[in-house]
Design a protein around this ligand. Structure first.
Ligand SMILES: [Zn+2]
Length: 212
């Protein structure tokens, strides 16, 4: 793996490349920052997050949107839990294209839309989280945040999944405001524009910010 990225404002304590279509589990301590780098561009990361000791408290897209007055969360916005506690702050965001609406691709969705099973984010997230005690019933649509997902809402009420405008090297930083257990799925959708019809790798860095 490449060395320390330029301008990383802190000390790296974790650095991995998440291959296309794969999943991983991360444990963030309060104050640490997760940098998500889109290595090749146009790639969505589905992110489900929990209080490590109480999985009933988890990320909530709905309450995050309500408290921010926005559904497309950007730098300066806070992602909240379903108990309305601060979970993550978006501290550095080059594009501001993320979908805080909940949900992820699952096998049933592929069968309904395309008539065949497909590798999917729900199964990826369960594979990441089940070894850490998260039950299937605890992985709900509302606790899944879609980094770099470009959903376009139209005035007539319709919407479409557009390709993300990200290019190679674009990143977002989110600072943990509490200890967090997170499951991450590098979205394997290759049948729509969601990932530009071509799933690609992401790089994940956890760092301790300077002066923290
Ligand atoms: Zn997906």
């Amino acid at each position: 793996m490449a060395g320390q990225p330029e301008h990383l404002p802190g000390v790296s304590i974790h650095d991995e490349v998440l291959p296309a279509c794969e999943f991983t589990t991360l444990h963030l301590r309060r104050g640490q920052v997760l940098r998500i780098i889109d290595l090749e561009g146009q790639q969505v990361l589905d992110f489900a997050a929990y209080h490590p000791a109480n999985h009933e408290e988890k990320l909530s897209c709905i309450y995050s949107n309500t408290l921010n007055g926005a559904w497309r969360l950007k730098q300066g916005h806070v992602i909240y839990t379903n108990r309305c506690n601060e979970m993550l702050t978006i501290t550095d965001d080059q594009l501001g294209i993320h979908h805080s609406g909940g949900g992820c691709c699952n096998n049933e969705l592929y069968v309904s839309r395309f008539g065949k099973p497909h590798r999917n984010c729900f199964d990826n997230l369960m594979a990441a989280l089940e070894p850490h005690g998260v039950q299937r019933t605890e992985l709900e649509a509302d606790c899944i945040f879609n980094f770099f997902m470009n959903l376009e809402y139209n005035p007539d009420g319709s919407f479409k999944f557009a390709s993300p405008p990200t290019t190679a090297g674009d990143y977002v930083d989110v600072r943990a405001e509490m200890d967090i257990l997170a499951g991450l799925s590098n979205c394997p959708q290759d049948l729509t524009a969601t990932n530009g019809f071509n799933p690609t790798p992401l790089r994940l860095i956890i760092y301790e910010p300077s002066g923290a």
